[in-house]
Design a binder for this molecule. Sequence first.
Ligand code: NAI
Length: 263
Amino acid sequence: MGADPMQLNGKKALVTGGGRGIGQGIALALARAGADVAVADLDIDIARETASKVEALGRQSLALEVDVAETGSIARMVDDATAAFGHVDIAVNNAGIISIKSVAELSAEDWDQIMAVNARGVFLCTQAELRVMRPRRFGRIINVASIAGKVGFPDLSHYSASKFAVIGFTNAVAKEVAAEGVTVNALCPGIVGTGMWRGEEGLSGRWRQEGESEEASWERHQKTLLPQGVAQTPEDMGQLAVYLACAEHVTGQAIAVDGGFSL
Ligand code: NAI
């Protein structure tokens, strides 16, 4: 019998925005599959919490502070992960932000802020990660986009634009590095009940109907938007990330884990 194709024993991974939500789900799924995981986040305290959870699974981990809007900060993150682990095999560029504004209300600053983290951040992280992957002729880059990178949503035009950018960038770079053992794919979550959706400041808090609780709004959005009627989980995203980290011949794709939302 051949080796288990879905195991990552000995592989070294780096996850941005890994302190909570989808990034944490992906970091733990990679660790369960056997990888050691560097967890990078703007908030070092939550990065440390995820790193402890990775270690509790019996893998090596380290927490790194990063701002993916800053070139120097990204270079330090990749250098520190490489110094600790020797190299980086798998990089998940997951850090992202959202805000809700109609196109009429949207300022140039709002646009630049979203682009700086969601689109430019993915570009800069990918570029820095390729510098350490290409010489080894092995790498798996997974850029977390969104179904908002496949279809537009009202009041999220800037967010959608940033995620369409991630998918276009991913597709182009995948072709650039395809012959060098590096795959580059986009993972497109649908609706996941992380801080991005939940709470007063999340989408379900902001998109409440009159007199509706945040919890009821969350339930309504799942029922009305999702063909399956239930949200996806960080673990669902982790499953696809493990697959993409293992797959040798899947590259340039933007794969939705959205329960049929974007159909
Ligand atoms: P979240 O808000 O729970 O977590 C985002 C993480 O990224 C946080 O730990 C935050 O500290 C970190 N972060 C934010 N800005 C950063 C920066 N400049 N540098 C480094 N880290 C930074 O959000 P969630 O839901 O886990 O989102 C993760 C990714 O998934 C994002 O790219 C988001 O756009 C995408 N996504 C989420 C969906 C959802 O339904 N929750 C749906 C589609 C896409």
